[in-house]
Design a protein around this ligand. Sequence first.
Ligand SMILES: [Zn+2]
Length: 234
Amino acid sequence: MRLIDLSGEIYQKCPTLPNHPPVTFSAYQTHDTVRESEGVQFSCASSFLTLGEHTASHVDAPCHFDERETALSVDEMPLDQFYRPSLCLDLSHIPLRSDISIADLQEAEAKTGETINKGDIILLYMAHYDRTFGSPEFLTDFPGLTKESATWLGEKGITSFGVEAVSPGRPGKNNFEVHLVCRNMGFTHMEGLANLHQVVGLGHFQFAGFPLKIRGGTGSPIRAVAIIDELETS
Ligand SMILES: [Zn+2]
């Protein structure tokens, strides 16, 4: 078994959209503080961390984009939604700031040599992270799904899809519409993934990306991991 980390880092001032709280991360206590009990000395370091639920690699809970009272919060989502067979589509040739069409998805699916199955988690590799991380464009200049291409994914009966960008559709109308497709068709998505180039061309693999159990949470950071089974050759 081989594990591939598909998660982005959480750190002080890591990139976040203005409608989400910024990350602050600083020392709360350091090893300079030494305590003593019955002659035993001990120090422990701990940090102070504040962050939004939608920080770095994270999953959107339905109640993030669905105003209805029945919409699940992240702690209510079934765990099997976060541990599913997964397939990564290669969309790295799509220019930044352009739309991903149904034809683009069909072509990328064909290139995998496999088919998208009901219940799959579909990862969309757009080479956005490689092309923009570390620049302000990371938050704005990415290719994105449209209402039509998101609907095409939804019609496949997928559990969720995942992107490297901070949102699945380009900023504004497209992003709102993709979220509404998720709302109306009953699936969700992950944002802020990384290292997707490492799972392109592998066919189906097991994906794990469990959220924190945040009561009433509208989303949660996840540790996204691809679990690759290696054939025993000896
Ligand atoms: Zn979202």
